[in-house]
Ligand binder design. Structure first.
Ligand code: CA
Length: 235
């Protein structure tokens, strides 16, 4: 039972989503423009939405701009972005603008509902208090998985849920080779064939966060033709 904001200008699709989310027991609200979405979020700080289903193609302010605006204002609500096509550049732009997951249109309703369940489950899991603190230190960096923060020296950076999940995935497999397919299956929970360039671009983004010299990575290494390997303490 979660409060979900649907941002979609196609009324039939928006109302269909609302109907189905309510049938799943959620409380759903529709915003037809990016501006209306930001206003609805600003209006509901007391009882915030727990997830946003955000269409990219909106009149005037598009979904990328909405996601960026939220992240810039330190709002880290999970975002499931609906991209017009499965173009890798759309997917990449979505993830770069701060989306946690994406689904190309047209989509199967069952897949959308499964993705929403996955995002809500992960968000809830992130909030479950655990002791000792869920912190991992490597080099001059420290990740707090509970608060989704990365500390580099005295700099503190906020991580998106997807960045946090991916970093946790690597930390749990420290020293082991992780294939792109494994990452798609287990982190993005994508089963269908997806262009793996989106992953490489996402890795480049992670390197900017955790590497002193992103072009000369020491912690997150490329394993040619296979995938990646995370080393906490490189030689
Ligand atoms: Ca639209």
């Amino acid at each position: 039972m979660s409060r979900i904001l649907i941002v979609e200008d196609e009324t039939h699709l928006a109302e269909g989503l609302r109907f189905n989310l309510e049938a799943e027991g959620h409380e759903a609200e529709v915003a037809e423009t990016g501006e209306a979405a930001l206003a609805a979020i600003a209006r509901t700080v007391e009882q915030p939405f727990e997830l946003i289903v955000l269409d990219v193609m909106l009149p005037e302010m598009d979904g990328f701009a909405v996601a960026s605006a939220l992240r810039h204002s330190q709002n880290f609500i999970p975002i499931l972005m609906l991209t017009a096509r499965a173009r890798p550049e759309d997917v990449l732009m979505g993830l770069e603008s701060g989306a946690d997951d994406y689904l190309p249109k047209p989509f199967e309703l069952a897949i959308l509902l499964a993705r929403i369940r996955g995002l809500l489950r992960r968000a809830q899991w992130m909030q479950t208090p655990r002791t000792p603190p869920n912190v991992f230190t490597f080099g001059n960096k420290r990740i707090d998985f509970d608060t989704q923060e990365l500390f580099a020296g005295d700099r503190k950076m906020r991580l998106t849920t997807m960045e946090t999940n991916l970093l946790r995935y690597f930390v749990q497999r420290e020293g082991k080779v992780v294939s792109r397919k494994m990452m798609l299956d287990e982190v993005w929970e994508v089963r269908e064939d997806t262009d793996t360039r989106a992953i490489d671009n996402f890795i480049a983004r992670i390197r900017k966060l955790i590497e002193d010299e992103p072009g000369q990575p020491k912690h997150l290494l490329t394993v040619r033709g296979v995938g990646y390997r995370f080393l906490a303490n490189p030689e």
